[in-house]
Design a protein around this ligand. Structure first.
Ligand code: FES
Length: 101
């Protein structure tokens, strides 16, 4: 496997008025995660990138982290940092933000 963790952030933009993640938030979130990855000097191990719809629109904004396949929803810039600090840096999922299926 090329990366220890691969983060896909939905940057899908649906028609006006539909619940979705949104391109603006998705791109901002990807840039923020990339900054955090660079700060932590983890560019070789961790990758963050934009994705299309993750099919969890009603819980968006959303991302998924592989290889675990952990989905997180209701993202904000604040809880994005929590996810990075806990899940990415410590390997501890945040149950309260995790989407369960
Ligand atoms: S638009 Fe983001 S999960 Fe569908």
């Amino acid at each position: 496997m090329k990366y220890e963790k691969h983060i896909f952030v939905c940057a899908n933009q649906k028609a006006e008025g539909k619940k979705c993640c949104g391109e603006a938030f998705g791109m901002e979130a990807v840039q923020h995660l990339r900054s955090r990855i660079k700060e932590a000097n983890l560019q070789v191990e961790i990758r963050a990138q934009k994705a299309g719809c993750l099919d969890v629109c009603q819980h968006g904004p959303a991302l998924v982290i592989y290889p675990e396949g952990t989905f997180y929803g209701s993202l904000t810039m604040e809880n994005l940092d929590q996810i990075f600090d806990s899940h990415i840096l410590k390997g501890e999922k945040i149950e309260s933000l995790e989407l369960k299926f």
